[in-house]
Design a protein around this ligand. Structure first.
Ligand SMILES: [Zn+2]
Length: 193
């Protein structure tokens, strides 16, 4: 999730996908503008958790209980949901949801959020979160079956011995490092949300 949110902040700072920055730019802080930020960063965070829906012991898996257990039993951990196919399936769901929400927001008169949703801002947020989860998992010894149903697992660096083990001490070091870098970037106004 830290990776996903960090990627979302960097991308948003460069391309202002979720509208103008609400801090220090004088942009009006309307419910409409805030909703867009919440949707963009919320979906990016969720997108970063979704691949582990196939692991009943993950953050999302623990909340979903039986649903996640069944997915793990039938689909298997680090299979369908850790691939481009899983990303495409989730993308279709998010696309449909954002169309529905955009329609609703147009009715209540929140044009900024409605317009950006129609321009696929939620779908982009999902892509960022989901892809960064798969990239992060690719750095571990287990690797990721990006091209499932092919069982070939890809990792980076390609030599397994150069990658780290999930749950090892390197993991919190990398996560805290990325988190501190983003917070510093925000503080120094090199990044903006
Ligand atoms: Zn994973």
């Amino acid at each position: 999730m830290v990776f996903g949110l960090a990627g979302a902040v960097v991308l948003d700072s460069a391309f202002h996908l979720s509208g103008p920055s609400l801090i220090g730019t004088g942009a009006p802080v309307t419910p409409d503008a805030v909703a867009l930020k919440v949707i963009f960063y919320g979906v990016a965070a969720l997108g970063a958790l979704v691949p582990d829906i196939d692991n009943a012991r993950s953050t999302l898996g623990r909340h979903l209980g039986i649903v996640s257990k069944e997915i793990q039993k039938h689909a298997g951990h680090r299979r369908l949901f850790h691939s481009v196919v899983g990303l495409a399936l989730t993308g279709v769901l998010v696309w449909a949801a954002q169309e529905g929400v955009a329609f609703g927001l147009r009715q209540v008169g929140w044009p900024l959020t409605a317009e950006r949703l129609a321009a696929n801002v939620a779908l982009v947020a999902l892509l960022v979160g989901y892809l960064l989860h798969l990239v992060a998992d690719s750095l571990t010894i287990g690797g990721v079956p990006w091209l499932w149903p092919s069982h070939i697992r890809f990792g980076f660096p390609p030599w397994r011995s150069w990658r780290f083990r999930s749950g090892s001490w390197i993991e919190p070091v990398v996560v805290v490092g990325v988190g501190v870098a983003v917070i510093t970037g925000l503080y120094l106004r090199m990044l903006a949300i």
